[in-house]
Write a protein that binds this ligand. Structure first.
Ligand code: F6R
Length: 365
């Protein structure tokens, strides 16, 4: 089953272009400007009544919820709240009447997410699921939802399940946006961008040999930082989580601009930082944050966009992403940190597919 790959995680990383194709197959309307989600069991009129969304998940799925929040608020202009499923179920949050819930769970069996779903339903809310396992407990108990259709994920560290959750979050943002402010033309452009995700991911995967060389130079560190802003802050969290779980290197994901409020105290030649600095309105701010790290002699691995010029001396290593629409940037930016974590773990001789203390599906509280 592994073919030429050494680990399922490696196979699942490289399968992502095909997995993303599967996740979005049949999800677009014929007019090319919006999405189709037959399984939501909500009419457009019912969806228009919704004035708040709550997204719940655990671990990697919670990171995907944070990206969905960003894209839905940005494009559909509907307020979104994200919570850890484990916290939501005991918090007794006050909730508005016209609130719709989404739970994200690859396995569909995570007990905290199932508990949160039951709590929301008990209170009379509709709960939709984004889920990769047909017939799972969460699929059965939700009021409707969206299957990820990326096939079973064997590696304990989530890869293709995560990027497909990101892509579906982007398509949900489009669907809701097109019922509200987004124009036909902007919808067409958005659909084209989402459809280009597999090709963009393939272009980042082609850089794997270079990322592997970088990984070899960083595999001996004990601590690492992952920094990003806006839609890539959750990807910084995801990069840090991947590195921790499979290589046992202590890593922290942080919003880049928050560094100066405390964590910059950690920066030293012994603590490298992986930095997301894509093209965009805040590119110059991101460059200043990288310079603050360099001034304290921290090593920097900068993930930026092709064609972006970084001032000399700010990046010890540079990884380029193809230029892309905001809707797919989080998916594209995830690939280098998956590869980096994977190759660092391999370099350290770790059991990548079965990291210590972890189970694929967490069915205890
Ligand atoms: C990390 C990872 C976990 C899961 C989490 C939720 O790589 O896989 O953080 O994302 O346990 O799992 P699901 O999505 O099955 O609910």
């Amino acid at each position: 089953e592994l073919g030429d790959y050494r680990h399922f995680m490696e196979k699942e990383i490289f399968e992502q272009p095909a997995a993303l194709e599967n996740a979005m197959r049949g999800r677009f309307a014929e007019d090319g400007s919006t999405a189709l989600f037959g399984g939501l069991n909500l009419t457009p009129a019912e969806l228009r009544q919704v004035d708040r969304l709550v997204f719940l998940g655990c671990g990697t799925a919670w990171h995907a919820c944070l990206v969905a929040e960003h894209l839905i608020e940005r494009f559909a202009r509907v307020p979104v709240e994200v919570d850890y499923a484990s916290e939501f179920r005991y918090r007794n949050t006050p909730l508005d009447r016209d609130t719709l819930f989404f739970v994200m769970s690859q396995s569909g069996e995570t007990i905290d997410t199932l508990g949160a779903l039951r709590e929301a339903k008990r209170k009379g809310f509709k709960v939709l699921a984004i889920n990769n396992t047909v017939g799972s407990s969460i699929a059965r108990e939700s009021d409707g939802g969206i299957y990820q259709h990326v096939g079973p994920e064997i590696g304990v560290a989530s890869t293709k399940a995560f990027t497909s959750q990101l892509l579906l979050g982007a398509i949900i943002a489009l669907y809701i946006a097109r019922m509200r402010d987004m124009s036909f033309n902007d919808g067409v452009e958005y659909v084209k961008a989402v459809k280009s995700a597999p090709a963009l991911v393939r272009r980042v995967l082609e850089q794997a040999p270079r990322i592997r060389e970088i990984a070899k130079r960083y595999a001996h560190y004990k601590d690492m930082l992952f920094l990003g802003r806006l839609s890539l802050f959750p990807i910084a969290l995801e990069g840090a989580l991947k590195l921790k779980e499979i290589s046992y290197i202590h890593a922290e994901g942080y919003p880049a601009a928050e560094m100066k409020h405390g964590p910059i105290a950690l920066v030293s030649p012994e603590c490298p930082a992986v930095f997301f600095a894509p093209r965009g309105e805040i590119f110059n701010k991101l460059v200043s944050s990288i310079q603050e790290i360099k001034a304290r002699h921290g090593k920097t691995i900068v993930i930026t966009t092709e064609g972006c010029e970084l001032p000399p001396g700010v990046a010890d290593e540079i990884i380029y992403l193809p230029d892309c629409h905001e809707a797919v940037l989080p998916v594209v930016a995830t690939i280098p940190v998956q590869l980096l974590s994977y190759y660092i773990a391999v370099e350290r001789g770790c059991d990548v597919d079965k990291p210590r203390n972890l189970a694929k599906s967490v069915t205890v509280e």
